[in-house]
Design a protein around this ligand. Structure first.
Ligand code: GLA
Length: 393
């Protein structure tokens, strides 16, 4: 018989205790549905249409996504938000589409959207009703996930209304498990409004999670959401993203300079790029903002690093994002009422020493060289964004 001394027992217990701690304290593993390796891109009905949706609007939005060049720029999902359901489930207990707004049903719409080379998203809530009061999925997770899969749905936004005060984690986990067994890959978008630090528990369940309450079409709303993203960068990565809510670009409440800033900041944050405007009637400026490929490449970089705030001097902020090719993107933000002249350097934004650096202005698309300083005028409520590469030799 092997006899362990007291010291040996203590040593073994210490090893077991450290192993338990390592596994329970580690960052939660991302969901392994293999989806959303880069932040999802698409369109959603809520910000512009609210409940005033029907199948024609959704169909026309898919057409416009292709015709405007947004699909070519990387946008993929056409997402129906709240108010698509009938007020009652069918005889088999399944959710069904409102027969007046969606007379052909969701499968027909999904087939149409797929025929355009796009994907379809849908909405429900981890509660007894959606926020607008329609039937939702709490305690119906299995049947609803199977119904969505049978229709060909590719993305589920899952809200938090009418939750009966039941524990968050269990409610979202029930749908995550139902989706995992529904027989179709479905992006899982958790919409818990950032109430209970979702960045700590949602990465193991969802592909994205809202970090704040609802966005509004105003500069104040965009700035307030931005302030709530500071420090969250460590929780994001391929397959699991912080979601500062959908875009308001083109909805009319901000200037084009402000919309350019809103879009640039969302790209620096590696945020999902879900447009929320009427794609059928876009001004050339709105289209230019939403399809800026230099900015989209920042958002969609395969390294999947969310940018962080490097410097904060009142109204003047500097944000930086690390890119997979060794370059860095630097964003100067001017929250003040007057034009500002802002400066940083290649060293400060974390680039290795080099003889010179190439700068690409991601809005004018012009390139220049610098020995180290990166600087320029930044308009009021605007941004100046450069991608910076150390030059060879
Ligand atoms: C909540 C969500 C919004 C939207 C509405 C729909 O407020 O946060 O994004 O989905 O519900 O009712």
């Amino acid at each position: 018989m092997v006899v362990f001394s007291a010291r040996r027992w203590m040593f073994l217990c210490w090893i077991m205790f450290s192993m338990m701690n390592a596994s329970t304290l580690a960052q939660p593993a991302p969901p392994n549905n293999g989806l959303a390796k880069t932040p999802p891109m698409g369109w959603n009905s809520w910000n512009h249409f609210g409940c005033n949706i029907d199948e024609n609007i959704i169909k026309e939005m898919a057409d416009a996504m292709v015709a405007t060049g947004m699909k070519d720029a990387g946008y993929e999902y056409i997402n129906i938000d709240d108010c698509w359901m009938d007020t009652v489930r069918d005889a088999q207990g399944r959710l069904q589409a409102d027969p007046k707004r969606f007379p052909h049903g969701i499968k027909w719409l999904a087939d149409y959207v797929h025929s355009k080379g796009l994907k379809l998203g849908i909405y429900s809530s981890a509660g007894t009703k959606t926020c607008a009061g329609y039937p939702a999925s709490l305690d119906h997770e299995e049947i609803d996930a199977r119904t969505f899969a049978s229709w060909g749905v590719d993305y589920l936004k899952y809200d938090n209304c009418y939750n009966q005060g039941r524990p968050l984690f269990q409610r979202y986990q029930a749908m995550q498990q139902a989706l995992a067994h529904c027989g179709r890959p479905i992006v899982f978008s958790i919409c818990e409004w950032g109430l209970e630090n979702p960045w700590e528990w949602a990465p193991q369940l969802g592909n994205l999670w809202r970090t704040t309450g609802d966005i509004r079409d105003s500069w104040e709303s965009v700035m307030s959401i931005l302030d709530q993203q500071v420090g969250l960068e460590k929780y994001a990565g391929p397959g699991h993203w912080n979601d500062p809510d959908m875009l308001e670009v083109g909805n009319g409440g901000m200037t084009n300079t402000e919309y350019q800033a809103h879009f640039s900041l969302w790209c620096i944050l590696a945020a999902p790029l879900i447009a929320g405007n009427d794609l059928r009637n876009m001004s050339p400026e709105t289209k230019e903002i939403l399809t800026n490929r230099d900015m989209i490449a920042v958002d969609q970089d395969p390294l999947g690093k969310q940018g962080y705030k490097l410097q904060d001097e009142g109204n003047e902020e500097i944000w930086v994002k690390e890119m997979s090719d060794g370059s860095r993107v630097v964003l100067f933000l001017n929250r003040g009422e007057h034009t500002a002249f802002m400066t940083t350097s290649a060293e400060k934004i974390g680039l290795p020493r080099a003889n010179s650096y190439t700068l690409r202005n991601l809005w004018t698309h012009k390139e220049s060289k610098t020995a180290s300083l990166i600087r320029g005028f930044v308009p009021s409520h605007g941004v100046l964004v450069f991608r910076v590469w150390p030059a060879n030799g």
